[in-house]
Design a protein around this ligand. Structure first.
Ligand code: FMN
Length: 97
């Protein structure tokens, strides 16, 4: 186990697998007490987040949550990914980073 006591904020960044986060991520969230920390969900997906961002929030009921973001690759067919970086920058600024 890693010592995560020193961190106040945890970005949980995942690829969407079968409409949610990969199962090892839920195992991680079960094993590490993120109680009292701020959890911020982020995902990448081909077609959409489905319930991924909500599922990460539901798996961390004792944490505070900031608004998450999903980057959907289908929207641009893998082209123009710099526009996605711009969205990430704007999102981070919006949530205070
Ligand atoms: C096993 C598996 C399941 C996936 N399920 C979904 C899905 O339900 N919805 C979706 O939009 N993308 C799905 N994808 C696409 C991934 O979300 C996409 O490949 C990933 O976000 C891009 O990150 P990567 O470059 O690390 O693969 C799936 C990919 C894999 C390998």
């Amino acid at each position: 186990m890693e010592d995560i006591a020193q961190y106040d904020v945890a970005f949980i960044c995942v690829p969407v697998w079968w409409y949610t986060a990969p199962m090892p991520v839920f195992t991680f969230l079960e094993q590490y007490a993120l109680k009292g920390k701020t959890v911020i969900p982020f995902c990448t997906a081909y077609s959409g987040p489905s319930s991924t961002l909500r599922d990460i929030e539901a798996a961390t009921p004792n944490s505070t949550h900031a608004e998450g973001l999903c980057i959907v690759t289908k929207e641009q067919g893998g082209q123009g990914m710099e526009a996605k970086h711009d969205r990430i920058d704007k999102w981070l600024m919006k949530i205070g980073f």
